[in-house]
Design a protein around this ligand. Structure first.
Ligand code: ZN
Length: 668
């Protein structure tokens, strides 16, 4: 697939160290922890300030979002909905000892199944392993009231849970296998990979310059020996869920902010009603063109990672609204783009005479659903159709309340205490890391990549395999250099001239040490963003050695980072920026290669092992996801909605049980 839609924003990848200046009141970010999962909450700041019309619009869009939940479960595996119903019935009917090992293992298993939207892990695609006995399970099934007995499904569900070889992997990508027959998803039924490929080859028009996304909203199966597509639409597959989505979209369209947005919603309704993929393309074009509305949403069959052939879209929805304060931040930076360019520490020959900053869009998520729930992306970059992107552009946004929740939840996981020995620095990080992380991302994305120019005749690909590492380093250095500039205080983006030190410390700590926790023992650094951070940090360590700018410190057998001279570190960032800009502008491949090979790749095995050991001791969950807030309409005496309230108190288990009870049209 050429388009990555689950964006990990370029520079914003932070693991574990950040906290927020907004952490004023007590908000319990962590709601559950089991297996390899931590479940968080997120706030929806700014919701209260929206107009009543916007709140109603969001409310109906969130109802449309939750209404599609069952679709994804069934797409993931044809027994998932029956399994979920049975497990929930056992769970709510259970009258035995809740402290028993079997029950605790059963509860953990159910929580995993909820998180995976089915019996497979959301990331590894492997089936979950039950920690409870088959005897326990059988006894619980027998104890169910007669009408809740799964009857003919009982045998296959038992196999699904206890036979590791049965439907072992949701998506199989192993070379040489029939990827469709060996994948346990429900996007294809009773057909082989060769049959499916033959079918699509026959119907695809390869001369079409604006092709529809074949297979995006269908299950492929055989009827009377013939391959057919069964569309997901009103009157087709998943009709009861789609009807409910359409009904709520219809309500939402009454409160559209403008005609453009209403046209988007109505086109989506047409697509759900007809299943016509041409209508989906028309919808996508309308959607990408609607940039004025504050409220926005996606709702449909979007990403195709769940299909080994990359065709059918997993159902998902995210409702959001523009974060005006954060978007103001990127506008201010963009408006000053020329000032930053003209003052950058690079040879004036390599500067742009006229630079235009990019305005990054920052949004606040109001609900996550389907494939975006509970595990969720931190950015959206859509639509996926290449010809629409080329002709009409795309929307690329970061979801700041989600990244904030990650950062807040990481506070208190012990990471800072383990790796940042200086209490004053920890306090500075608590106060300024979230703000400076965001500014770093803004400067990197809005200005860094856009700055500088090539000398005439220089091949933009001259740096070849090292191009992306050096490009990320260039953008990061631009951001790091300006984070310490008084200009940010003058522009009202920072209120403390020491704030940048929090970002500098974290950056160097990460680049020299803590990012190694994501590398397997014995391996080198390979990924471009990680190489870039290592390059910058190792280079600054070496070039500043004579002045002891950065030092390693070992206490009680543990290695720490000490930064002695922040102003000098800033100068070093400026010097390296000048050099990397020169390398890029002149296309100096050898110098670029030497920088990468000398500073960005090789890992010290002893330090690596130490970081892995220390990190393992912290027991931080590798995967995180979210529960949603609860939106409730407030009615007046005439039955009119006068407000929508938002509540954050619902926990993981009650939310899952409520969704299954109230938003499950496909199981009733
Ligand atoms: Zn970047």
């Amino acid at each position: 697939m050429s388009i990555v839609t689950k964006t990990i924003v370029c520079a914003a990848l932070t693991l574990g160290t950040t906290t927020s200046v907004m952490a004023n009141e007590k908000f319990n970010y962590v709601t559950d922890r089991f297996a390899d999962i931590e479940v968080l909450r997120y706030k929806v700041p700014g919701f209260e300030e929206l107009s009543l019309n916007q709140k109603k619009l969001i409310y109906y869009l969130t109802e449309a979002a939750i209404s599609g939940r069952d679709i994804l479960w069934d797409q993931n595996n044809k027994y998932n909905l029956a399994l979920r119903t049975l497990l929930e019935d056992i769970y709510t009917n259970y009258k035995g000892d809740k402290g028993s090992e079997d029950f605790k293992a059963f509860e953990k298993y159910l929580k995993q199944v909820w998180f995976g939207n089915g019996v497979h892990h959301h990331y590894s695609m492997d089936k979950f392993t039950p920690g409870f006995s088959q005897e326990f399970f059988d006894a619980q099934v027998r104890a169910l009231p007669a009408e809740k007995h799964p009857a003919e499904m009982e045998e296959v569900l038992r196999r699904l849970i206890f036979d590791p070889a049965f439907m072992a992997k949701r998506v199989n990508q192993a070379e040489g296998a029939d990827l469709i027959l060996t994948s346990a998803n429900n996007l294809y039924d009773g057909v082989s990979q060769a049959e499916v490929e033959g079918y699509y080859n026959a119907i695809k028009d390869t001369t079409d310059l604006t092709p529809v996304s074949y297979g995006l909203n269908t299950r492929v199966t055989k009827v009377d020996g013939k391959i057919v597509e069964q569309p997901y639409r009103v009157g087709g597959l998943y009709s009861r869920a789609i009807e409910r989505i359409v009904k709520n979209l219809g309500e939402a369209s009454k409160y559209a902010e403008n005609d453009k947005q209403r046209a988007v919603i109505n086109k989506l309704i047409e697509y759900y009603t007809t299943g016509d993929l041409k209508a989906f393309d028309d919808y996508s074009i309308l959607w990408v063109d609607d940039t004025d509305s504050q409220v926005d949403f996606i709702n449909g069959f979007i990403e195709s990672y769940g299909d080994p052939l990359g065709m059918t879209g997993a159902w998902e929805s995210i409702v959001n609204f523009k974060n005006l304060a954060a978007s103001h931040r990127t506008e201010v930076i963009s408006d000053s783009a020329q000032w930053f360019e003209s003052h950058s520490p690079v040879d004036p020959r390599f500067r742009k005479d006229k630079v235009k900053g990019v305005t990054a869009k920052v949004i606040t998520a109001a609900i996550l659903a389907g494939d975006a729930y509970p595990a969720t992306p931190i950015g959206i970059n859509l639509p996926n159709a290449n010809w629409i992107r080329a002709a009409h552009g795309s929307k690329s946004v970061t979801i700041e309340n989600i990244t904030q929740a990650y950062d807040e939840a990481a506070h208190g996981n012990g990471f800072n205490e383990e790796f940042v020995p200086d209490a004053a620095m920890r306090e500075l990080m608590d106060k300024y890391l979230f703000v400076t992380d965001n500014l770093h991302t803004d400067l990197h994305e809005c200005l860094g990549h856009a700055s500088g120019r090539l000398l005439p005749g220089v091949d933009p690909d001259a740096l070849k395999a090292h191009g992306s590492t050096l490009e990320e380093a260039r953008a990061d250095l631009f951001a790091l250099y300006y984070l310490a500039d008084p200009k940010l205080i003058e522009l009202g983006l920072l209120d403390n001239e020491d704030a940048y030190k929090a970002q500098y410390y974290k950056y160097i700590l990460n680049g020299l040490m803590t990012q190694l926790m994501r590398i397997e023992p014995g391996k080198d650094v390979e990924e471009a963003h990680m190489r870039n951070r290592k390059l910058i940090s190792e280079w600054a360590l070496e070039k500043g050695a004579a002045d002891r700018v950065i030092e390693y410190e070992v206490k009680d057998g543990k290695t720490y980072i000490k930064i002695n001279d922040y102003p000098r570190l800033r100068e070093l960032f400026g010097e390296l920026l000048g050099e990397i800009q020169r390398i890029k502008s002149e296309g100096d491949y050898e110098a670029g290669r030497d920088l990468v090979e000398n500073y960005a790749v090789k890992v010290d095995p002893k330090l690596h092992k130490e970081v892995l050991d220390r990190y393992a001791h912290l027991d931080i969950a590798p995967y995180k996801g979210f529960v949603n807030p609860v939106y409730k309409p407030v009615y007046d005496a005439n039955g009119e909605i006068v407000d929508i309230t938002v509540d954050y108190t619902e926990d993981y288990v009650p939310q899952m049980l409520r969704y299954s009870r109230d938003y499950s049209p496909l199981t009733k």
